[in-house]
Design a protein around this ligand. Structure first.
Ligand code: CA
Length: 221
């Protein structure tokens, strides 16, 4: 999943980028509201973490603009603890969730996980379970009838994306767009390599190939 973090506090942003990447998210970080309003509307993000007090353009105006343009991506706003009016305004402007500063990074991670699952029609259980495959997002392992199997960071990120889009035909470029940040330049066959590793761990039939079109997550049942 690829996230956009819009936050002008460099220390906080550094900390958040590090913990988000550790959880297998690709993250692009912007500090200026004018850049964010454009990039959020043009790049294929799965979720945006949006600070409200920003140079260039206030977070609330960015959010209103996106919703006015019909952009439906999930947005979590960061607000000041003391300001209930900010939270209300944020929700009214179309935010999906909010978090009050200061917060612990773990709380943000749990909210992001819940929001991404909800926006893909899944309940927020401790493990993500889709078509007989269970993914433990905290431990980054997969639970199969044969037992628990470890995943590399890249396999985990790919499997999570597949499991949030079960049965859908996903092209290689779509997968690359959602698994790598804007600065990464992944090899053209990198998705292919990780898919073949996942098949080895989950079983060949878990992921179908459609020649020239992409992949489809079928799962175990
Ligand atoms: Ca700020």
């Amino acid at each position: 999943m690829r996230l956009l973090l819009v936050e002008d506090n460099v220390t906080l942003a550094d900390e958040l980028c590090a913990s988000l990447k550790q959880q297998g998210y690709a993250v692009d970080w912007l500090t200026d509201g004018r850049d964010a309003v454009v990039q959020g509307a043009t790049e294929p993000y799965d979720l945006v973490i949006l600070d409200l007090g920003l140079p260039g353009m206030p977070g609330l105006d960015i959010l209103r603009q996106w919703r006015k343009d019909g952009l439906s991506l999930a947005v979590l706003i960061l607000t000041a603890r003391s300001s209930w009016s900010e939270r209300v305004d944020g929700l009214q402007a179309g935010a999906d969730d909010y978090l009050c500063k200061p917060f612990h990074p773990d709380e943000l991670l749990l909210r992001i996980r819940a929001l991404l699952r909800r926006s893909h029609g899944h309940s927020n259980n401790s493990q993500l379970e889709v078509k007989g495959v269970r993914l433990d997002e905290r431990r980054q392992t997969v639970l199969l009838p044969s037992g628990e199997t470890e995943l590399t960071a890249a396999e985990f990120a790919l499997l999570r994306y597949f499991m949030l889009h079960p049965g859908q035909l996903l092209s290689k470029s779509q997968l690359q767009d959602h698994l790598y940040d804007g600065e990464a330049e992944p090899d053209s066959n990198v998705v292919e390599v990780h898919v073949s590793h996942l098949r080895r761990k989950l079983g060949r039939h878990c992921i179908q190939t459609r020649r020239g079109q992409g992949y489809r997550f079928i799962g175990l049942n």
